[in-house]
Design a protein around this ligand. Sequence first.
Ligand code: FES
Length: 205
Amino acid sequence: MILRDEAGEIRAHHNVCRHRGSRICLDEQGHAKRLVCPCHNWAYELNGSLCAARHLPESVDQTSLGLHPVAVRVVAGLIFVCLANDPPEFAVLNTAIINQFLDQFSRALAPDVHATLIWDGAGFHRSHDLKLPANVSLIPLPPHSPELNGLENLWHDLRSHCWSNRTDRDDDELFDVASDSWCRYGLDADLIKSVCAKNYIPTRS
Ligand code: FES
């Protein structure tokens, strides 16, 4: 469940009651002052803490029975959720993040698809700890060859259309502008395809 609590903070909780594991929220969306389990009416505050539990003996510590939280991060209006018990540091791009990407990418492919990724020479792309799924192959780009890397076009496009001829009040504003434009581009698959097109990469409709 992803919600905004009474303090305005975005939170995510596993949709599992701490009493007997029933699903608490059965609707896809809505408003609620509290999260009440339909099974035996255990109730939780929006921050996940248990606030009412029928038949719970007084000897049981109620504070230890809050909803299990899920790691969440909001960037430029997009909500990122990580179900891992130990979520990776959001702002760091390293081999662990790349392995996570490769794993998710590989699982998203149809069973009869083998994907080939064009890979630049960043350290986290070449690490010995990289775990390459069986249905993915990498084509490393030669060093110092940005003209072969379609993704480099994205930087030029962002600089010329979003980040040029402007002043930003401070780092926060700069971060917001960068995040907004990245998200706008990232959510527009056709724009990415057209900006990053290289004539040596065949395209399929
Ligand atoms: S399973 Fe939720 S209150 Fe019992």
